[in-house]
Design a protein around this ligand. Structure first.
Ligand code: LCS
Length: 393
């Protein structure tokens, strides 16, 4: 059966389209840095891109290739590019589309390092940027300048769970010929396909839902067109932020169960979000599956489910956050997200502690904000754990 006709869960298992001569059920790990050419002509044709063939693992490798093909099929794109980490994918996109005197428009509640690398590194080379609230289309229109070359969004955003309308912002950007990159880490292709909504590039930290087992750091870019795919592969390979074959094998294994993992984590998250919304120590809950979420209708339109990331606010700010973190017993007090285990973290005292009060305020990170990544444990156990930790606050 061709992978185009398969349902999502079948694609997870079969879409990579890899045939092993020995009939191996899984894609072997091609732990080789380089590949023999059949002849001088074949080598020349591989370099010229006239013939298929692997050259050198920094540029491409069969184990990585199978994973790239699978994620590209899941995102309905032309092709994928595996990277060493999610940040390897972020910097490759910035490098590919932005140069000195050019400008990027992005969301002010972006994953910290995606913002920091722009502010501290790309700015040194003359790249300009505007961080705005991309959930507000008026701000998006106003932020575009004649030198804007990239619209970069994350939806839902980390950690505020704000949701940007991918179709609407893509339409605005395309009026000005600006490419749109969507960081789809919080949804994975199981819940959202940005390319189908008009975006040009999709980005994943595969460290999260795609691998799902907290044992790998990896990233992926998927381009809609052959032209963008070629551009991004060249940048990634020349910068050397390639994936490694073992990392690809592990990620490919984790990916096979993406659907059943997310179904289960999402069921748990819906119940936990309801529980938190009624809890007396909790001031507010932000979860796309709750009608109280400001973009609830948009989430229903562009996502196939609300996912398993929840942010909530504790009534007594930073101290309450620390007390809760010190008292969880089942949930792991750890950063990262999207794995089989429930994780909890407190951005104001951890990931975002270095931000100024003003920057935190603009990004929507209040002192009492707690971020939960709900896992696939028994929901009663997660709830009991959160309840006893909240009881200590
Ligand atoms: N994009 C998003 C939305 C992320 O959440 C992360 C990592 C990245 C990109 C970067 O991916 P990495 O290089 O780590 O594979 N987010 C993390 C977080 O929220 N806590 O720890 C890492």
């Amino acid at each position: 059966m061709s992978s185009e006709k398969m349902g999502f869960n079948s694609k997870l298992i079969h879409a990579g389209d890899f045939e092993d001569e020995l009939g191996s059920a899984t894609t072997p790990i091609y732990q080789s840095s380089t590949f023999k050419f059949k002849s001088a002509d074949h080598g020349a044709a591989c370099f010229a891109g006239e013939e298929d063939g692997y050259i050198y693992t920094r540029i491409g490798n069969p184990t990585i290739g199978e994973l790239e093909n699978t994620v590209a099929a899941l995102e309905n794109g032309f092709g994928g590019i595996g990277t060493s980490s999610g940040m390897g994918a972020v910097t490759s996109v910035y490098m590919a589309y932005l140069g000195a005197g050019e400008h990027m428009v992005s969301h002010n509640a972006l994953y910290g390092p995606s913002r920091a690398v722009m502010e501290s590194l790309f700015s040194k080379f003359g790249v300009e940027y505007s961080y705005i609230d991309t959930t507000d289309l008026k701000q998006v229109k106003e932020a575009i300048r004649p030198n804007t070359k990239l619209l970069y969004i994350e939806t839902p955003a980390n950690p505020t769970i704000g949701i940007t309308d991918i179709e609407a912002v893509s339409n605005i950007a395309h009026e000005f010929g600006i490419p749109v990159c969507v960081d789809n880490t919080f949804c994975s292709p199981y819940l959202q396909n940005p390319l189908d909504l008009g975006a040009d590039i999709v980005l994943h930290s595969m460290t999260k839902f795609i691998n799902g087992h907290a044992d790998i750091v990896a990233g992926m870019l998927v381009a809609k067109t052959e032209e963008d795919h070629k551009l991004l592969r060249g940048v990634m390979a020349n910068m050397g932020c390639n994936m490694d074959p073992h990392q690809a094998f592990m990620t490919r294994r984790g990916l096979k169960t993406l659907g059943i993992r997310i179904d289960r984590a999402q069921d748990n998250a819906r119940k936990i979000a309801d529980f938190l919304e009624k809890h007396p120590k909790v001031e507010w809950v932000k979860y796309p599956g709750l009608e109280s979420h400001p973009q609830y209708e948009l989430a229903k339109k562009q996502m196939r489910g609300p996912g398993s990331m929840i942010s909530f606010g504790l009534k007594n700010g930073i101290e309450a956050g620390k007390v809760m973190m010190d008292n969880v017993k089942l949930a792991l007090l750890a950063v990262s997200l999207g794995g089989i285990e429930t994780l909890i973290q407190h951005p104001a005292s951890m990931t975002h502690a270095k931000l100024t009060e003003e920057a935190k305020h603009i990004a929507g990170i209040s002192d009492g904000l707690v971020r939960l990544s709900i896992g696939i444990e028994d929901v009663d156990d997660i709830m009991e754990d959160l309840d006893q930790a909240l009881g200590k606050v």
